[in-house]
Design a protein around this ligand. Structure first.
Ligand code: PBG
Length: 324
């Protein structure tokens, strides 16, 4: 008995919309989407990000209003990025009790206590040189940066953040942050590690959105995008260090990595559809070359299908408001 054509006819299950939905294997839900937001201090107006049509920097004074608006639309998770006007060599504003990172967490949690706040934990938006840590003559000093990451994590946990999300790409950052949090009594504050973070050109538009001063590149600390085995290893190291959830970033060009890590760990896995992925879709749609909503559905679906449980996407609010 043959199980190929003409006996097998996969089209039988595609005849009607109802059948197609019955046999659909992957679903992207708003409840698994995290909205990244940009908050700028000391400005009174929204600042459009020209490289990311539809994305704005929110003036700090409007953050409470925006968080309420997101919550009403059904957004439950945000990742906060600050645009600081208080830069220094080390990014010390990030570990001041009343610095921008802490204020963002406090405002979000005071406005909508149920909103889960993930705090991007890095220094690049708070340093004069734009690197993700302490810079010495021979580059970014890993271990000095770990101390500062621990300080920032404790301050932002005290301000109410639910998740510390270290994106500095320092070795040992998860362990250092876990130890600092536990030492200060924040045993329930979770860590979502940017565990496999590639040195990617897909972050291009973020440089404008986040206003970083970086002149060079981050290749001495972020990963080479050509490395498959190392990508798995990086995430497994963060698991051993105590991460509660892992992440692959960027997402769309690294679906193989998402799948590899999904199969190598039982931890929850996030993937970040980054600024360049967003911009490519927005500009192509604006040029009439593609259908934005279908492309968003397809790209997020692919990320989910590859094995991500959670997706960070600048499209999250559009999806909340318009559905899929
Ligand atoms: C901070 C950070 C970056 C992004 C998230 N966290 C920039 C970078 O690493 O260069 C990029 C996000 C995006 O492109 O959407 N280190």
């Amino acid at each position: 008995m043959s199980s190929v054509y003409p006996v097998s006819r996969p089209r039988r299950l595609r005849r009607t919309p109802a059948l197609r939905s019955l046999f659909q294997e992957t679903e992207v839900q708003l409840s698994s989407l995290v909205l990244p937001i940009f908050v700028e201090e000391e400005v009174s107006d929204y600042v459009p990000v020209s490289a990311m049509p539809g994305v704005v920097r929110i003036p700090e004074a409007r953050l409470a209003f925006e968080i309420e608006r997101y919550a009403k639309a059904g957004i439950q998770f945000v990742m906060t990025f600050g645009i600081s006007h208080h830069l220094d060599e080390a990014g010390s504003d990030t570990w001041h009790e009343n610095g921008l990172v802490a204020r963002m967490a406090r405002i979000c949690k005071e406005t909508v206590p149920e909103m889960i706040v993930m705090s991007d934990t890095c220094f690049c938006e708070y340093t004069t040189h734009g690197h993700c840590g302490v810079v010495h003559d021979n580059g970014v000093d890993n271990d000095a940066t770990l101390v500062n990451l621990g300080r920032q994590a404790v301050v932002v946990a005290r301000a109410g953040a639910d998740f510390i999300a270290p994106s500095a790409a320092m070795d040992g950052q998860v362990q250092a942050i876990r130890a600092a949090l536990d030492g200060a009594g924040f045993t329930d504050t979770a860590i979502m590690a940017y565990s496999t973070k590639f040195a990617s050109a897909f972050y291009g538009p973020f440089r404008e959105a986040g206003g970083t001063a970086l002149k060079g590149n981050r290749k001495s600390y972020q990963m080479n995008p050509m490395n498959r085995r190392e990508a798995i290893r990086e995430s497994l190291l963060d698991e051993q260090e105590g991460a509660d959830a892992l992440m692959v970033k960027p997402a769309g060009a690294f679906l193989d990595t998402i799948r590899d890590i999904r199969e190598a760990t039982h931890l929850p896995l996030a993937a970040y559809q980054v600024s360049g992925e967003y911009a490519m879709i927005k500009f192509a749609a604006a040029a009439g070359a593609i259908d934005e909503r279908q492309i968003v559905r397809e790209t997020l679906g692919a990320i989910k299908r590859a094995g991500a449980d959670i997706i960070l996407s600048y499209f999250a609010m559009d999806i909340a408001e318009q559905g899929f």
